[in-house]
Design a protein around this ligand. Sequence first.
Ligand code: NAP
Length: 468
Amino acid sequence: MIHAIEQFAAIAATVLFIFALYWMNDPKTARRGVYAGVAGMAVAIAATWIQPEIIHHAWILLAIAAGFAVGVPLSRVPLTAVPQRTALSHAFGGLAAGLVGTAEYYLWLHEGPEQFTIFRMSALVVEIILGFLTFTGSLMAAGKLQEVRWIPQRPVTYLGQNFVNLGVLAAAVVLGVLLVLYPTAAWAGRAFPLIIALALLFGILLIIPIGGADMPTVISILNSYAGLAAVAMGFVLDSKLLVTAGALDGSSGLILSIIMCRAMNRSFTNVLFGAFGSVKKVKAGGEQKEWKQESVEGAAQLLEQASQVVVIPGYGMAVAQAQHKVRELYDQLTKRGVTVRFAIHPVAGRMPGHMNVLLAEADIPYPALVEMDEINPEMPQCDVALVIGANDVVNPAARTVTDSPIYGMPIIEADKAKTVLAIKRSKNPGFAGIDNELYVQDNTWMLFGDAKSVIGELVKQFAGSGFH
Ligand code: NAP
């Protein structure tokens, strides 16, 4: 009976996980997707817990309480911290897989040599190597994104680095293969912790040469490693549900990494070994041009006289939490008959869908959000491109400067609009660390300041008497 319930629960949880991913494809159904994922996980935990050999272990309640104690505060982080929060979850996932693998190995040693088949032992070695390297790699990635003081943001590189890194991984793999072949040898008990140490070290070394800008992509690659570690754990524990859930996790992480790499026109090897972000300020070319400033009143006038306005939000809108003010501006302009649309770049902000989530939070109608490929052909007809805290995703250097680190990345072509209004706090570059010609082109006017307060001032202009 219990076995039948377990089988049924495994199918139900798998279906819920698949629907969770499917629903998360669209902002309209994303919330339902989250609930489906939570329900799937609850079913999986309950089905595991009711096993006769597990049900009497009341201490599992303690583990569940500890999970809540960590998980609830993690769920409350601001949206800008979600990438590092996600990295922390992967770190926990990797650690769990690594610890379960370790416990299982010593249990098998205790139970006798008949437990060690080549297949189970291979899965176990894969599980601990991937689990532990995901643990330290994800912690490092979270630290870089959180700008922890003692973890350098910029890529740290040295001669022969890839050789050293691959050497450490190769040593772990060779020891792992030996352990698969001779799992009960006298030295095996000592080799096992050594494999763990090498995997932990490799996780750190893997992240050191990668710059902060690439962390979101790296996190999603680590997500797929954590998924693969869970698949291996599923084979070790003979759990079909873990195998399917891990495979879903691993493949979705991989697909997300591929989407991000494509949107940045980068390859996997370039992200992992390209030391992107170490480049010092690269000039966008030409002689030094002047930055022209516009007053809030002047900007409000330009916006009011426009018939087509395209808002291009970026990371700065997220930092300023300006989305609600942006909504007010949207209302004021549409009330005056101005057509306002939002151009969404796939890697604007610090995680895929970052802008969609923020704008949805402010209840901006979804049809007003337009994908990059769709809006670009219409940019020459746009009267005002209002850039709010976006930089790299509107940098024309991506089209023209062949030695620029963002060369080839598709951008929103704000520079083709009749007039550009750009809001940012300073003349500092964006995440890729390069100058942006857009801000100094003839038809661009800067509104320096925090995005929330500048947009707030603009809204006041419209709400006040001057603009009807
Ligand atoms: P960005 O290039 O990082 O530029 C953000 C701009 O916002 C900065 O120039 C900054 O200028 C401004 N800013 C910051 N705080 C502000 C505030 N409070 N008010 C007003 N402005 C503010 O951002 P992006 O154009 O969105 O480009 C995203 C970058 O992240 C790309 O390089 C992309 O490749 C990378 N990336 C994204 C993802 C993803 O999934 N989204 C993944 C991997 C990498 P000031 O400091 O002068 O204010």
